[in-house]
Design a protein around this ligand. Sequence first.
Ligand SMILES: O=C(O)CCC(=O)C(=O)O
Ligand SMILES: [Fe+2]
Length: 259
Amino acid sequence: MELDGIVDLTTYPLEDQSFRARCRAALNEKGVLVMPGFMTPEATESVRAEGSANRDKAYFCSQNHTVYLSAPDPAFSADHTRNRMVVSSKGCITDDQVPDDSALRTLYNAAVFRDFLCETLGETELHDYADSLSSINIHYAETGQELGWHFDNSSFAITLMIEPPERGGSFEYVRDTRNADAGEMNYEGVAQVLNGRVEVERLSMNAGALVLFRGRNAIHRVAPNEGARTRMLAVLAYNSKPGVSLSEEARMTFYGRTG
Ligand SMILES: O=C(O)CCC(=O)C(=O)O
Ligand SMILES: [Fe+2]
């Protein structure tokens, strides 16, 4: 499939400089940019069918982790926000399990898409992961599965909704909850979120929606999937430098293997 059969280039003219500038401004202002119908219905359906056919290859795991995604700190009590545990459970297939001719791979590799991402995200370069697993992933969330509240380690995430859940499974976030670079963890504010005392924002994503999200300082979660249909989401991961692999430890955690 050619890129113009994969992306709605009429609505989203990826090459257009003023379009890129508008996307960049919107992302900087809101911390998130959702593009509904970014992937064409035909391409989305082909990726959904691939994802569905490969679901039995997915590595499913459930983890307890802190919202900061770092090991508990013994300097704080077990019930302190720093050490409070949340649960994440999902399945995942890796780049080497995504077909070579997948529309997802054509999109991931397309120079015009990378240039668009670079300018929108304010990055100079974006590269594939050097290992064979981490560049393109598909995440699966079955009934009852969820992603607990957390902050991302990376400054941006690029995702494509392939199949939204029937009910539940919504992406929820609270902007500017902490300032990681200043070392400000905002335990008080994070506790309020964990205790359900903060009004959260929710993203509505239909099949084919591209989402750019800055999750380093915006705490976020995916609520439990309450329907029978599997939530399927593609994650397109890039590095600002060439030749970088995801750490072996992270690969073991997320994929159950290193290669
Ligand atoms: O599933 C999603 O929509 C977001 C996933 C996410 O937050 C993550 O993988 O860090
Ligand atoms: Fe995240």
